[in-house]
Every structure is written in structure tokens, then in C-alpha cells.
Design a protein around this ligand. Structure first.
Ligand SMILES: Nc1ncnc2c1ncn2[C@@H]1O[C@H](COP(=O)(O)OP(=O)(O)O)[C@@H](O)[C@H]1O
Ligand SMILES: [Mg+2]
Length: 214
């Protein structure tokens, strides 16, 4: 049982083992239950004291940055960003861990069987439509982060997740804010420029004036 300020979580056990969604570079991700709400969630356990598989454990400063960012994101909501419910530090036998409890994306990431099966099942035309939808979801998520002064800095197939959506089959959500950074407004405006990019056939959002970024 892991106690946060306002909620209690417990990892789900199946056949005597915790259900593990991934063994990651920064931490392990498990399926868990939010006890008060009886709701399935995803729980990311980040080790703050140990090196993991050759990766340096995040420093206390980095962990604090992740904690602050998680707190910012848990206050906001966007359909294309994995919702963070709570986070806490935990000390087990003198080892320190940091837990992030978040919305469970049942269909896994862009490398999952779910996506591979969609590619097999659908016609070429429907695959194109699906890919455009996925790209639009990703773009909306990134725009939301930028509008809140956050740069993700780790947009990869493993950080793009599929969640169930009853009305439109699935919705794509961005996750993993381990490398993200919260910028001050003056830093954000320095990311935006229209200089020297006039001939590109496409532009990243930071090159567009704010009013064109819908
Ligand atoms: N909320 C979630 N729902 C379902 N699967 C998840 C969730 N969060 C992470 N995962 C799975 O765990 C993997 C690692 O999580 P991530 O937060 O990206 O950690 P890492 O820092 O190890 O990259 C993801 O690539 C995805 O497969
Ligand atoms: Mg990741």
C-alpha cells in the first residue's frame, strides 16, 4: 500500500506477481488500484538511490523537478496528456523511491500489439486516416504542454500511449515527463521565431505565431 497526501494506491497482483507494464530506463511501471475510487491506474516507481540497468538514478534535484512538474500536470487536464493523479516519495530499507500514479492507458504504447493489429486489420485508406488522427492527438498534446510552459524533450514511440475511448475507439496520450522542463515565460518566447524558416514546407509549433497554432 502506498499512501499519498489525498489517496492510497496498491499494486495489482496476479499469480503471485505484480502486474508490470514495463521495465523502464528511469523506472518500472505497474498496474495499480486507487483504493478510494476502486479504479485501475498506472504506477511508475522511480528509484532515487540506485543505478538501474546502467542508467544513472535521477538526482534529488531532478526528482524534485519531476515532482513539481507532476504537481503542475495533476492540476491541469487535457485529453491528449496522461492524467497524473498523485505522486509521493517512499523510503524502503533506506532506499528512496518516487511514485507517480497516473491514468492507465489500457492499449499500451505505439510499439504495442494494439497498434500493430490495427495496421493489419485496416485498409490502406483507413490506416492513413488513423495515422492522421494519431498525429493530430500528439500535436494537440504538445501544444497544450507548450501553452503551459512545458517542453517534453522525449517524444518517442514508447511515450505515446493508446487509451480506450468508448466513442472513437481510442485516444492517444503523451506520457513520461522525466526529461521535461518547465520554462519561464521569457524562455518560451525565445523558442518562438519566424526568422530564417520561410521556405520550410512544414514548421514546428514554436515557429508559428500563437494565433496560427490551433
Ligand atoms: N499510464 C500508462 N498506461 C499504460 N502504460 C504505461 C503508462 N505509463 C507508462 N507505460 C508503459 O511503460 C513504459 C515506460 O514508461 P515511461 O513513463 O515512459 O518510463 P521510462 O522513463 O522508463 O521511459 C511506456 O513506454 C509504456 O509502455
Ligand atoms: Mg519513456
Amino acid at each position: 500500500m502506498i499512501e499519498c497526501e489525498n489517496a492510497t494506491f496498491e499494486r495489482v497482483v496476479e499469480d503471485g506477481e505484480f502486474i508490470q507494464l514495463s521495465r523502464g530506463a528511469y523506472g518500472d511501471v505497474y498496474e495499480a488500484i486507487w483504493k478510494e475510487k476502486e479504479k485501475k491506474v498506472a504506477a511508475k516507481k522511480i528509484s532515487l538511490s540506485e543505478q538501474k540497468a546502467g542508467n544513472v538514478a535521477p538526482s534529488i534535484a531532478e526528482a524534485d523537478a519531476i515532482r513539481r512538474l507532476s504537481a503542475t500536470l495533476s492540476e491541469k487536464e487535457h485529453p491528449n496528456i496522461v492524467k497524473i493523479f498523485d505522486c509521493t516519495k517512499q523510503l524502503v530499507r533506506e532506499k528512496e523511491f518516487f511514485w507517480v500514479f497516473m491514468e492507465l492507458c489500457e492499449h499500451g504504447d505505439l510499439k504495442s500489439d494494439f497498434f500493430a493489429n490495427k495496421l493489419k486489420e485496416k485498409s490502406p485508406k483507413d490506416i492513413e486516416i488513423m495515422k492522421v488522427r494519431i498525429m493530430a492527438d500528439i500535436a494537440h498534446g504538445i501544444t497544450f504542454l507548450h501553452d503551459n510552459g512545458i517542453v517534453h524533450r522525449d517524444i518517442t514511440h514508447k511515450n505515446i500511449l493508446f487509451a480506450k475511448d468508448p466513442s472513437i475507439d481510442f485516444v492517444v496520450k503523451l506520457t513520461d515527463f522525466s526529461l521535461s522542463k518547465k520554462l519561464e515565460p521569457e524562455d518560451m518566447s525565445s523558442l518562438r521565431t519566424t526568422k530564417g524558416q520561410a521556405n520550410l514546407p512544414f514548421k514546428p509549433p514554436e515557429f508559428l505565431p500563437r494565433e496560427d497554432r490551433q
